[in-house]
Design a protein around this ligand. Structure first.
Ligand code: FE2
Length: 664
């Protein structure tokens, strides 16, 4: 007789257990066992490990598959069961892990693969692997929200998503509670759908009852300061637009005479450019975008240009602003020496276009929507036993659900972002432009920083932390990939891997060869770089551009998503009243404040970067994960120490604050 001992682990999430009948069949190279019932009752409750044995007359040979089935127990209520894993000890004393990590319904079954290997030779395994992917492709189908945008999952109702990608009960509850509390606050204050403008900045400060953070308080006090304005191009919501300027664009006619008063004694703009001390933020991509029409007039959106100077005290200061791409008498270049309210208004228009770009391009398009493409490609093309599936699935957690919620609550008329300056048409056009300009280089951080000439600018904490994270992630990926792919030939021969990257190229970047995104992999090195980019984009990069939102633009004048009045066409005509009339009205301000509060909060289901909670890997890979986690912990200590010495701590890329995936 041959005895196989099984340990069956039920998931630890709410309602994971079951009282239903569960059956297992072991399938080996020589034969298969009879259908055997697993132990019944408390063994299969939430977070329990049940034990049972399967007895056969002879050994089954090499174990290929484990079939798991679930049938009703008497007339008990239907209830799904979440199986985490099954460990099998064979008569030959081998221990084989069969990862499951999925829900089973009544009458349903799953066929689980065990062990390390992903190069299946046995016909039964080859067949099973193909069947699994056919099923996955039926469940996760591509769709597109608008022409020119990357593709997405074809589901638009959060309540109808498969259990496999649903959020935990506690997260849904917590999010809805916060949403309703924010909405109730607006109603209680009587500003819902109000068009009333603000009477003063003091009135704005007292507006929020409970939404506050130490940094948002700091911003409400320092938002007018030039050095804080400059600081945000490096460490704010959008560290992806500023670049070194060695030659002024021809449509930005700043002169030496204009700049002289703002540069170090005796210096010139040309000299400072040569020294590498001049920078520019150019919002050309926003030019001519259709904007919302309010009271018969389109609201303003300026494709601004902002010139910045790194002064001898190492402060980055704005020195010239043009509120549009076409220079003219009606489009003057604003200077720090202008009337205080003129200069402040010019900076507000820059913050406005920057906040929209940050929200829609840097955050939504370049993290959320890309992460959705990566997730879809993984679910559709990599079987659960594939090493890349095991590596990436924790970095895809909750991403599809989060984006479905974003599609139904944020985009389009009447939605939160539909209340911004862009509205629906402007939004889709910006998404189209941005995707067509996105390159592989721009998504790979070290190359991105170098291309913008930002390697040495001081006080660039985003760059410092992000480069360390890129490097740590890259080392980890290198070790994992080398373990599973010893040479280039294993990479080029892996048809599932090739399909995975090809779908990303086609559905994520619309097959645009000019983007430089690979459509296939020929070498181990290419694979390592790409997977590093996928993990970095889905974790660290999202954290950097998501978590700071309430801190920085919860104080609405520092990042208004809507402005009501056109930019000034002459100097000396502005006033505090004109600024207040330009800023979002009370309802829009309340809506934007609640929105950034909701999406930049840390929820209870937060999982820090480097966590691989479901046991899917073999011991060699587990050690690599431990090394990765140790590197992240060391970086966390370094960042915490650095922050303790800063007036404004930069903690958004502290590994312990980075979510493993795009999770909100
Ligand atoms: Fe986000």
């Amino acid at each position: 007789m041959a005895v196989y001992t099984l340990e069956v682990t039920t998931g630890s999430m709410l309602h994971a257990g079951t009282f239903d009948n569960l059956y297992v069949t072991l399938i080996g190279t020589e034969s298969q066992s009879r259908r055997t019932q697993l132990s019944f009752g408390l063994d299969n409750k939430t977070a329990k490990v049940g034990k049972c044995s399967v007895t056969t007359i002879f050994s089954l040979g090499c174990l290929l598959l484990l079939k798991l089935e679930k049938d009703p127990f008497l007339e008990s209520l239907e209830k799904d069961w979440f199986c985490s894993k099954i460990m099998v000890r064979t008569p030959e004393e081998d221990e084989i892990l069969f990862p499951c990590h999925r829900w089973l319904s009544r009458g349903g079954f799953v066929l689980l693969r065990g062990g390390r290997a992903f190069e299946d030779l046995h016909p039964r395994l080859v067949e099973q692997r193909k069947k699994e992917l056919v099923q996955q492709k039926l469940m996760f189908k591509w769709d597109k929200y608008a022409d020119g945008m990357s593709y997405n999952l074809n589901l638009y109702d959060p309540t109808a998503v498969p259990a496999e990608i649903s959020l935990s009960f506690s997260k849904v509850f917590q999010f809805r509670y916060m949403q309703q509390a924010a909405s109730a606050e607006l109603k209680l204050k009587g500003v819902t759908n109000s068009t009333e403008q603000w009477e003063s900045f003091e009135a704005m400060k007292g507006f929020s009852w409970f939404k506050k953070s130490p940094l948002s308080e700091y911003v409400s006090q320092h938002w007018k300061d030039d050095d804080f304005f400059g600081y945000q191009f490096l460490n704010g919501l959008n560290p992806y637009i500023i670049q070194r300027c060695s030659k002024l664009p021809s449509n930005f006619p700043v002169t030496e005479e204009m700049m002289k008063p703002f540069l170090a004694n005796g210096s010139s703009l040309t000299a400072e450019m040569k020294k590498g001390n001049i920078f520019i933020s150019d919002y050309k991509i926003m030019e001519g975008l259709p904007t919302r029409v309010i009271d018969g007039k389109p609201v303003p959106l300026t494709a601004a240009l902002c010139l910045l100077y790194l002064n001898p005290e190492k402060k980055l200061l704005p020195i010239a602003i043009q509120l549009g791409q076409q220079p003219s008498e009606e489009n003057p270049i604003f200077l720090p020496s202008d009337l205080e309210s003129d200069w402040l208004l010019a900076k507000i228009f820059v913050r406005h276009v920057d906040a929209l770009y940050a929200q829609l391009v840097t955050h939504l398009q370049k993290t959320h929507l890309l992460a959705e493409v990566f997730t879809m490609a993984t679910l559709r093309n990599l079987p659960i036993i594939h090493p890349l599936y095991k590596l990436l699935i924790p970095h895809h957690r909750n991403t599809l659900y989060t984006n479905i919620v974003a599609r139904v609550t944020l985009y389009g008329p009447g939605r939160t972002l539909g209340n911004s300056s862009l509205g629906g048409d402007g939004f889709t056009e910006l998404m189209r432009r941005s995707l067509s300009q996105t390159t592989y280089t721009s998504l790979c951080l070290p190359e991105n920083i170098a291309a913008r000439g930002l390697e040495s600018i001081p006080n660039f904490y985003y760059r410092d932390d992000a480069l360390r994270l890129w490097s740590i992630t890259n080392s980890f990926v290198k070790a994992m990939v080398a373990y599973y792919y010893p040479s280039d030939s294993e990479v080029s021969a892996d048809s599932e891997l090739q399909e995975w990257v090809n779908e990303i190229f086609y559905y994520g970047f619309l097959g645009n060869g000019d983007s430089g995104i690979p459509s296939n992999f020929q070498t181990v090195e290419e694979l390592i770089k790409f997977v590093t980019m996928v993990i970095f984009t889905s974790s660290a990069q999202h954290s950097a551009v998501n978590s700071a939102q309430f801190d920085l633009i919860g104080w609405i004048p520092n990042g208004p998503l809507l402005l009501h009045q056109a930019p000034p066409t002459t100097k000396g005509q502005s006033s505090t009243e004109a600024i207040l009339a330009t800023l979002p009205n009370k309802y829009s301000a309340g809506l934007f404040m609640s929105f950034v509060w909701l999406i930049s909060r840390k929820y209870d289901d937060f999982v820090p970067l480097g966590t691989y909670p479901e046991q899917r890997f073999e011991s060699a890979a587990l050690q690599m994960i431990k090394d990765f986690q140790a590197e992240l912990s060391s970086l966390s200590v370094v960042i915490t120490k650095r922050n303790s010495e800063l007036e404004l701590p930069y903690d958004y890329l502290n590994p312990k604050e980075i979510d493993n995936s795009v999770n909100i």
